[in-house]
Design a protein around this ligand. Structure first.
Ligand code: AMP
Ligand code: FES
Ligand code: ZN
Ligand code: ZN
Length: 282
């Protein structure tokens, strides 16, 4: 089929329109730019690279929009995985002319291999270290590669686990709070689905790792993601509407009232001691 905007061959069908490579790139950047413009993003952005397709796409899109970027990678020391991902993140940075900063989780005395629930520890550690890195490197924002598919999956997973009080992470922008050393968080790929991010990484020849984290191979969220994409296939656009609803819901149930400063490290915490310091102590 021909592109809906020019005479070239189409490579993607999105919400009833057909796109050639050039117009798909324009569409993709337009979706990212809409987030940047809506929240007036201006200033240094720490870009969290996982070595995967989404954060590669996120980084490349922000780079194409000429924003000021500082890429970083957290090495979680997962055998046969972490070093391979770091290599891809390094390749991408070399290609685009940046220096990748690397944070080593084991320097904090934490080993995921020794944890009963490595994914949960990993999530806490990543969130903490991303914020700390951005704060210490004078970045105004942390950008992650979370896309529309991730946001909806995460929200449904919370619903499925009666975790409604923890209903956070559904918005593309979370304000920073200087007194809690909390840097603002952005999800530039908020309006873009898994497949679109994959296609963007592919046509722009971005290096990324295909490996899945060995701890996450049977994660229940994978089934939820499949199910959501199935519904989207039958009713295109439903994921965008769901995201708008979850965004509104989160606004209605803001949890800032309970925010404290961790007694050990001084970063934000919902109790006296933050989750990261508790993990370190164990
Ligand atoms: P995940 O939590 O694996 O779904 O990843 C979501 C986003 O978090 C990615 O798109 C990255 O932006 C970021 N991220 C995940 N793992 C790492 C890592 N090891 N180092 C830095 N950023 C990461
Ligand atoms: Fe964190 Fe797999 S990447 S446990
Ligand atoms: Zn075209
Ligand atoms: Zn702490």
């Amino acid at each position: 089929m021909k592109c809906s905007y020019c005479s070239k061959e189409g490579i993607a069908d999105i919400y009833g329109k057909c796109y050639c490579e050039e117009h798909f790139n324009k569409y993709f950047l337009g979706r990212v730019r809409s987030i940047i413009d809506k929240f007036g993003i201006d200033g240094r952005i720490a870009v969290a690279l996982s070595g995967g397709k989404d954060s590669a796409a996120c980084f490349y899109a922000l780079h194409s929009l000429n924003l000021e970027l500082q890429p970083f990678y957290i090495n979680l020391d997962i055998p046969d995985y972490s070093n391979a991902c770091q290599k891809k993140a390094e390749e991408l940075c070399n290609l685009l002319g940046y220096k990748l900063e690397v944070i080593e989780l084991n320097e904090y005395g934490i080993s995921l291999a020794k944890k009963k629930k490595p994914c949960s520890t990993c999530g806490t550690a990543k969130r903490y270290l991303m914020n700390k890195f951005a704060y210490e490197n004078e970045c105004k924002y942390v950008a992650t590669g979370h896309n529309l598919s991730d946001v909806i999956t995460f929200a449904f997973n919370n619903l499925a686990n009666v975790n409604i009080l923890n209903f956070r992470g559904n918005k593309p922008y979370l304000e920073g709070k200087e007194e809690y050393k909390m840097v603002a968080k952005i999800k530039p790929l908020y309006w873009l689905k898994d497949k679109e991010c994959m296609l963007y990484a592919y046509i722009n020849k971005l290096p990324y790792a295909d490996e899945e984290c060995p701890y996450a191979i049977n994660a229940p969220t994978l089934k939820i993601k499949e199910w959501i994409h199935e519904i989207e296939g039958k009713q295109p656009g439903i994921m965008v509407n769901m995201a708008k609803s979850f965004w509104k819901l989160e606004d209605l149930m803001s949890r800032d009232i309970n925010l404290n400063k961790c007694k050990k490290c001084g970063y934000a915490s919902y109790g006296n001691i933050c989750k990261f310091c508790k993990i370190r102590k164990r």
